[in-house]
Ligand binder design. Structure first.
Ligand SMILES: N[C@@H](CCC(=O)N[C@@H](CS)C(=O)NCC(=O)O)C(=O)O
Length: 186
């Protein structure tokens, strides 16, 4: 069975959300990160960077949440069936992990960058219920998990973004979100 390595409040929840959505059987291997289990040789053999999430799927090892989401969607999911849909999913996953996340995490640029990124996102979500169109996809996991997490960690409010607010409400009603994300403290 596929193994997902994560910590108690970690980005492994993003991958777990998609595993639940796609009904992929998995075992969650909970590392005690406070005790530094992610820096022990056993886990470093899986991810030499010493970071979670990571997965082991048979003989195949993969880390970086975005890469894992794309792999799972390609292998098990049926939500991004065409090359173009997969490319758009990659676009949104990279947007979450390489553009929006780092912008919010950087206090020096947060106030300037956030409205610049959230306004067009709000516009898109006022036209479409989900990022790629009418159906929930792996792209919504990456972006939605980050959007759900930001107000918990930073001075971020979506009061000026009604479509993002409605989108998060839609996502939070999904059972897989409830199981993987809602219980997450931060
Ligand atoms: N870009 C990576 C970030 C991974 C990451 O920073 N994970 C954190 C937990 S959320 C971690 O393992 N931190 C432990 C450490 O840096 O020692 C991803 O999305 O997978």
């Amino acid at each position: 069975m596929l193994k997902l390595y994560g910590g108690a409040r970690s980005r492994a929840a993003i991958v777990q959300w998609y595993l639940e959505e796609a009904a992929i059987p998995y075992e969650f291997v909970l590392l005690d990160m406070q005790a530094g289990e992610h820096r022990q040789p056993e886990f470093l053999a899986i991810n030499p960077m010493g970071k979670v999430p990571a997965i082991v799927d048979g003989d195949f090892i993969l880390w970086e949440s975005g890469a894992i989401l794309l792999y799972l969607a390609e292998k098990y999911g049926h939500d991004v069936p065409t090359l173009e849909a997969r490319a758009h999913a990659a676009q949104w996953i990279l947007f979450a992990n390489a553009t929006l996340g780092p912008a919010v995490g950087n206090e020096a640029i947060r106030d300037r960058e956030l409205p610049r990124l959230l306004a067009p996102l709000d516009q898109r979500l006022s036209d479409l219920p989900f990022l790629l169109g009418d159906h929930f996809t792996v792209a919504d996991v990456a972006v939605g998990a980050l959007l759900a997490y930001l107000p918990l960690m930073f001075q971020v409010s979506y009061a000026d973004y009604p479509a993002i607010t409605a989108y998060l409400q839609r996502l939070s009603e999904r059972p897989a979100f409830q199981k993987a994300i809602a219980g997450r403290k931060a």
